[in-house]
Design a protein around this ligand. Structure first.
Ligand SMILES: Cc1ncc(COP(=O)(O)O)c(C=O)c1O
Length: 399
């Protein structure tokens, strides 16, 4: 996999006089040259607004934009491009479902199930909904080893449960949740499921038909694509029954001051000019991943994660939180504050994330303020893990 490093220009820079060791991929991944070039080329040679013009450039931009939708459809194995909605990211995708599903299907006293390991973006949209409709948020607990307690989850379903929304992979604990089993459990109670795939999309193949999930969200920037673009997948039969999210151009059929009709799927949910250059970049990123192939990426990242856990455990005072199934290792060392550790690692050129990782309820459950998180991508190496371990050891001796 080492050869792919050359595709990422930023990886050859230095930080504070040290070679960059970028281990903050859970926050965002670096971009391969092909993504940057595809976007630059579109701005240099194609740029025009999509879906609006009869002229050549507009049609070419529209073709690229709609080809990108087809690439996403293939990436997720969705049935139809009508089920692929472009958003700004996972956060917007979840807000879209919370607002529209909430308006269409949630009434006072209804229940939505979340889990203790959710990112704030899968908690707060449901709380915002509570300002309008008095829904109850029920929370599936985690076990002490950082997995969902599926027996407890089973007990949470009632006749008022309307939706289950949960992450496929924890951005803190690195837990891979048994999504298929969870969907089957929810469907047995006639409850649809929204999957937050922000941390899954960069690391494993996703087949929405095999999972049978009703909605699924992910962000382009975490899977080697540009910022500001993401995806909401929804089963057509659900999307058809939801009201529009935002109003504006493109999402309409016919507008008059008396009455407005709405466009067909997926455009009903895409008001305004989309980031059509970002969709090109996203498609290029997904093709890049697909061309390398999941078996190679997964084998490499599994090796890196195992190696990191094993090497980190050699450090006295090391405490790793969660099972670290997948490309994410969260830890604390003795009583060194996570912020101090992260700041000193940065001085040695090592980029890690520190803090609560937008998962404060999970931090409360763990009884801590935050962790240091190393998260891996296809371009990371065992040598970088070694650099992390020796840097932590150096910092540890300063305390
Ligand atoms: C599990 C999970 N869900 C949602 C998000 C939010 O993604 P975005 O900020 O790209 O919308 C993140 C980002 O860190 C995440 O890790």
């Amino acid at each position: 996999m080492n050869s792919y490093r050359a595709d990422f220009p930023i990886l050859s820079r230095t930080v504070h006089g040290h070679p960059l060791v970028y281990l903050d991929n859970g926050a965002t991944t670096q971009k391969p040259r092909c993504v940057i070039e595809a976007m630059t080329d579109e701005y240099l040679n194609v740029n025009a607004n999509v879906h609006r013009g009869v002229h050549f450039l507009s049609q070419q931009a529209t073709e690229l934009h709609e080809a990108a939708r087809e690439t996403v459809r293939r990436f997720l194995n969705a049935r139809s491009t009508a089920e692929i909605i472009f958003t700004r990211g996972t956060t917007e995708s979840i807000n879209l479902v919370a607002a529209t599903f909430g308006q269409a299907f949630l009434r006072d006293g209804d229940e939505v199930i979340l889990t203790e390991m959710e990112h704030h973006s899968n908690i707060v949209p449901w709380q915002l909904l509570q300002a309008r409709t008095r829904i109850y948020i029920k929370v599936c607990p985690i076990t002490n080893d950082g997995r969902l307690d599926l027996e407890a989850l089973q007990q949470l379903f009632t006749s008022r449960t309307r939706l289950l929304s949960c992450t496929a992979v924890s951005n803190v604990l690195g837990t891979i949740n048994p999504v298929q089993e969870i969907v089957q459990m929810a469907h047995a109670h006639n409850v649809p499921v929204l999957i937050d795939a922000a941390q899954a999309a960069p690391h494993m193949p996703i087949d929405v038909q095999a999972l049978d999930c009703d909605f699924l969200a992910f962000s382009g920037h975490k899977v080697y694509g540009p910022t500001g673009i993401g995806v909401l997948y929804g089963k057509e039969q659900w999307l058809d029954r939801l009201p529009p999210y935002m109003g504006g151009g493109e999402m309409i059929g016919r507008v008059s001051f008396e009455h407005t009709t709405f466009n067909e799927l997926p455009y009903k949910f895409e008001a305004g000019t989309p980031d059509y250059v970002a969709t090109t970049g996203l498609a290029r990123a997904l093709d890049y991943v697909t061309d390398i192939g999941w078996p190679a990426i997964q084998a490499h990242e599994a090796d890196l994660t195992r190696y990191a856990v094993q090497r980190l455990q050699e450090i006295p005072g090391m405490h790793i939180y969660g099972p670290a199934d997948d490309a994410v290792v969260s830890f604390l060392v003795g009583d060194i504050h996570h912020l101090d550790l992260g700041t000193l690692l940065d001085q040695l050129g090592i980029a890690v994330r520190t803090g609560h990782h937008c998962a404060q309820p999970l931090m409360d459950r763990l009884g801590i303020q935050g962790t240091v998180r190393a998260s891996f991508a296809l371009y990371n190496t065992r040598e970088e893990v070694d650099a992390l371990v020796s840097a932590i050891d150096r910092v540890r001796q300063m305390f």
